[in-house]
Design a protein around this ligand. Sequence first.
Ligand code: UDX
Length: 429
Amino acid sequence: MRILVIGTGYVGTTTIMAFAEMGWKITGLDTDTRKVSMLRKGVLHFYEHGLEDMLVKHLKTGNITFTSDSEQAIKAHDIIFICVGTPSNPDGSADLSYLKKVANEIGHSMNGYKLVINKSTVPVGTLEKVARWIQSSQIEPQTFDVASNPEFLREGNALVDALHPDRIIIGTQSDKAAIQLRELYQSMGCPVMLTTPRTAELIKYASNAFLATKISYINELSRLCDQLGVSIIDVAQGMGLDSRIGHSFLQAGIGFGGSCFPKDVTALIHTAEDLDSDLSILEKVMSVNQSQTMYVLNKARKQLSGFRHRRIALLGLTFKPDTDDMRQSPSLRILDKLLKEQAYVTVHDPVAKLTLDSRRNWKQCKIPEQALQRADAVILCTAWPLYSELDWSRMKHIMNKPNIIDGRNMLDAKLMRSLGFHYQGVGYE
Ligand code: UDX
């Protein structure tokens, strides 16, 4: 099979590496020539654990090649995965312009049968549009099939998720497409669900929205735990022992971020609204997520009786550890609020770099110790292991006041108190 992946972003590149590792020959196409030349040299244009090593490995095995010539690439391959971005429009709907452009290019360059598979996260019904866009841009009529094959990759864990998925979802009306996709994934050894394109598209959104719901639920519950003097960590532990609930996505904190959950939950709400259907539970998921960040910040505000002229150390900028991604990161909402309330903020993140207005009252530090120097409080925003490994008894002496607001419940509350800190977790005091 001659496989082409269009789009060498996070999903596209991971898909390329996973197929290469399975032993397939695969080509990555991107119109950004800078990205292509970097990839050819074995350099990733974004950070994802393990992916660059895999890139180097399969450039050597010859399983992967990269190109920026769309027309030639489309002509030379018969299985085409679309992995382009579907960002949010200002109204929360998904922007399908990249997808449309690619579908038009495929239609225009077709020289025989093609199986076109969409991996980008798209609203229900989009695959039908993709088929229409391909059809309408054909110069000469050619046969083709379309399929939806959503990905469920987590940033920071993408390669492992791609190589060891819980399930493969294939949404297509074509038997030929289903057979080809089954063959492609046969070495995976996980359940393969064959369904309609619309169902596949909804499974992706519904899965992300459900996980986001779990997080907002545990976050809102954490506020009640604060009132009751009960630990949310213990409650989550007890709940998770029920196999119907499970332990994952029950960690209370400052809220979820990233390029997927906020965008996908909003897009699903938008789809429901368009159809005069109600998904009010998801509206609440989003509003709890916003207010949770402020709820945690408020703990610091109360402790310090306001932020004006206070020196605050903010540890962690990325939306979660093991990524350099700051998109929709709750840390940035916290930073923004602190600066608006005239705090002086010393920021640290082991990977991400901020480029804010240099006149503003903040500084990015190279090491956490530097950020904690003379701080009136530290707010832990991202659960980088580096922060739990700090010598906190030494940190206490370099801080101005020993206030810790642990937005990820990553430190041991008892230990911190025994060291003399005023420690506040989230539903965990
Ligand atoms: C998510 C989905 O997990 C993945 O299947 C999908 O393909 C893309 O979106 P990702 O955005 O990489 O992946 O991150 P994930 O690990 O799911 O975490 C998302 C956010 O939720 C992070 O901000 C994280 O800190 C937060 N989170 C997660 C919690 O606050 N508590 C939890 O218990 C779990």
